[in-house]
Design a protein around this ligand. Sequence first.
Ligand code: ASP
Length: 583
Amino acid sequence: MLRTHTCGELTIKNAGEKVTLCGWIQRSRDLGGMTFIDLRDRYGITQLAFNMDGNAALCEKARTLGREFVLQTSGTVIERSNKNPKMPTGDIEILVENIIVLNESKLPPFTIEDNSDGGEELRMKYRYLDLRRTVVKKNLELRHKLSAETRNYLNSQNFIEVETPYLIKSTPEGARDFVVPSRMNQGEFYALPQSPQTFKQLLMIAGYDRYYQLVRCFRDEDLRADRQPEFTQIDCEMSFITQEDILNTFEGLAKHLFTTVINYPVKEFPRISYADAMKLYGSDKPDIRFGMKFVELNTVVKGKNFKVFDDAELVVGICAEGCGEYSRKQLDELTEFVKRPQIGANGLVYVKYNSDGTLKSSVDKFYNEEELKKWAEAFNAKPGDLLLVLAGKEEKTRKALCELRLEIGNRLGFRKSNVFAPLWVIDFPLLEWDEETNRFYAKHHPFTSPKPEDIPMLDTNPVDVRANAYDLVINGVEIGGGSIRIYDKELQKKMFKTLGFTDELAQSQFGYLMNAFEYGAPPHGGIAFGVDRWCAVFGGSESIRDFIAFPKNNAGRDVMADAPSVLSQQQLDELNLILKQKA
Ligand code: ASP
């Protein structure tokens, strides 16, 4: 090897040793008589020292070397006079006897520091330089640890990892597929998998019993901070189990990852039904690092001639503890917040519960103090608290209040990124009605089993049918989701019918799975977790991009390699593709 040690391991114990290091120049300092270079590799930084009095020529040479040059350097480990307790190698430096420049570097377009001066787009263009930054490297190390510990845990539980194909049949249910034209079957296309769902079910039918895969999935959706066109799942499936077994097995995995990856032991995960999550938090992925549950006020506030409340489907609020002293300006800010188009509330009603016990509201014209007292009682509020109330259509109002709750949670410091609150959300509805296309969609996917006791309702009131489906949520982020599957051909047929598929369409798209159900399908179920999101939550970041080595930008582009790109005429001809002329 070109080196005897890495740049992260030498300490005072090595003093006097002759060593050879390789790495990149992080920075250099010329102090006249002495020159210092910080040499960096994946493992850390070691200070190189050059002494004008000792070896003037070498010192002169060191001064000519620029940032990010790649060096091989030999010398003696010596104790530093000016120690740096913040660095593991901070007690020593290398008195350099020889340097070889292995490669030069152009001046990088941004500083390779934790707080870089480069904007996001520039750093993405030079992602290999961005990846040299310690903060990014730490994120990828966390990701590696999470993947490795996932494999450790699942292997120990008798799961086997099986690879499933990336070129599959397009089944445009759920998100949009990415498609790949086939040269050998002209006019026909593969799709990249949105998930290995049908394959893992087929593996259960094949008797593999416990499957997992750390697998790339592809969805052609609009991008956000928590979405990339390709992302990685921990995809799992088990046979001969109930929902309870799945929840326990994967709570085990989650606890293992909490302990081994971030050393944050967690207790038993609370479970909450979808219906309760919507009622209490206005969200199917509640952030339960803090309380501030919704309180419904219909019975308390109606009938006092305040039209907004009288006409509303739902009047609902939260109690912001200790915010009774909020100023006019702060209250205006909150009103502006809920009126933003993304949130869409018409206004915000507030009640200040003053510390002297009096109550003051924005609707004093309609409600006297005695009535406001009743509101306060409904919230279990105490002097010093602030009640915030929204009214309108039920679903929209709950969503808006959910955003307001999170905003207040931020303002009160309840959403610290180093505090974790995992939970299971269970009993999701099986179906979701879509106004635009006038049909039902599967809330999870079409293979999810209804709760057996709800099956008769499929014919009468399908919206009320609950599924054996569950999500793992951490800090308000959906980390994973899964379900117990249908394994009976007739029930699967019925499900497709409810979703508006003709028998022919169901057969042409999913016939291979339905046929397999006729050859001894065991009861089975599973779950998949988003690796990128899980890493982001563990790493305390909102953006999954920070945890992906080579991510796409918001327009789905790889700005470094400049993809997607046009094909040559020859490639198009081979694929028999004719592009529409742009107008
Ligand atoms: N395939 C599902 C998904 O990607 C997860 C599952 O049901 O196991 O969301």
